[in-house]
Design a protein around this ligand. Sequence first.
Ligand code: HAM
Length: 424
Amino acid sequence: MELKPPRGTDDLLPPISDAMLGLYEAAHRTARLYGFRYVETPTFEHTELFARTSGETSDVVTKEMYTFEDKGGRSLTLRPEQTASIVRAYLANAHDLPTPFKGYHVSPQFRYDRPQAGRLREFRQFGIETIGAAAPAVDVEVLAVGDRFLRGRGLAKVELRVNSIGDGECRPAYREKLIAYLEPHEAELDEDCRTRLRTNPLRVFDCKVDGKTPLVLGAPVISDNLCQPCAEHFAAVRNGLDAAGIAFLHDPRLVRGLDYYTRTAFEFVSGALAQAQAALGGGGRYDGLAEVLGGPPTPGVGFALGLDRLLVALREEGASLPGALGPACFVVTIGPEAGEVGARLVGDLRNAGIPAVIAFEERPLKAQLRMADRSGASYAAIVGEREVAASTAILKRLSDGEQEQVPIGDVVNWLSRTDWAAER
Ligand code: HAM
C-alpha cells in the first residue's frame, strides 16, 4: 500500500497544519470584519457549471478539471474554483439573501496541474464575493480586504496589480484591433501564442514564451480602448484605492485566465516566489456571470487567495508563520498517588480553559518529558512523590528548561497568568 498521498496533494500535519489553521482563522476574522458571511457549496458540481463560466478555451476547462461520471451517468467535476458555485448558489436562493450579498469561503479547490512548490492539485483558497452591486466602491472594498489580509500576515514583498478589461460594449472592438495588430506577425509567435490569438487574443499577454517580446509589448492595450462607462468605473476604482491608502500598480497587460471577468481585474503578486507561481491571489468583476447561468443581470466582484502559496511566500520572505498550537501544559506524574493528583490537575486546567494533556500510561520521567516536548506543549507540570508530599508541582518551561515550584492549588492561576501560547 502506497502511504504517500496522490501526486499534487499534501497531508497537512503539525506544525504546518497549525500554520494553515492560523491562516484560516485570520481569513475568517478579516472577512467578518467587513461583514462577509461564511458560505459552503458542494465539493463537486455539474461539469457544465464550470465549462460554461470559466471559458471553453481556458486552461482550467481544457486541461485541469477533475471530471468524472457518477453511477447515475451525470458528468460531475471537483470544483476548480469557487466563484461560479457561489453565484449559482446565490441565484438559487436570492429571495432569502440580502442585496448585495457578501459571502466568503475558505475551502479546497482541485486542478489537474503540474505540481511544484506553490502549485498543487488540491489547494486551499480564501475568497470573498460581493454579488448584486456594481459601484466602484465595491471593487475597492474587495481589494481592501485582500490587502489587509495579506499585509496582516506579515508579507512585505507583495504588489497589487490592477487593470480594467472592459465589457461587452468595448472589448469586442478592442479584440479586433488586437487581432489586426498581431495577425501580420502570426508567424513570429510561438504555437501557444498563435492558438491564443485565434481563441482568446487577450491571453496573448499571458503567453509564457512571447508574452514579453517587443511585438506583444507594443500591442494596443485594453485600458486605452475602454468605453466611457468602463473608463469612468476604472478611474473611480483607482481614485478609491488612492483614497483608502492602498498601494497598487496599473498593469495595462494584466489579463485573467478565467473568462467571466468584466471591467476590474487584479492580482496580488509576490516578489518572493518564482514568476510562474507568483500570484498569491487574483480576482475581479464578473458582471455577466449570472446571465451565463440563466439568472437576471447581477453584477459581482471578488477574489481568491491561494493559502498554500501564501505559506510558501511567508517562508521565502522569512516572515514568522502562525504559531504552533500544542497544549499549554503536559502533566507529568511519577507513581500512583501522583497519577491521581495529575488527573485532577489536568481536569482543573481544562475546566479553566487551559489546553492540557497527560500521559495515558506510566512511563519514566525522561520518557514523559520527551512526550511533553513532542506534544508541542509550552510547559510541563511535574508531580513526583516529593511534590505530592509537599502539595506542589514543578512548572517547567519547555523552551528553555527554566522551572519553578508552585503550590498545586496555584498551578491553574499561575498558567493563566503566563502568555503560554507565546512561550513555545
Ligand atoms: P485564480 O486566479 O484561478 O482565481 O486562483 C486564485 C489563486 O488561487 C491564485 O492566485 C493562486 O494563488 C491560487 N491557485 C490557483 N491554482 C493553484 C494551484 N494549482 N495550486 C496552488 N494554488 C493555486 C480564481 O480562482 C477566481 N475564482 C478568483 C475570483 C473570485 N474571481 C472573482 N472572485
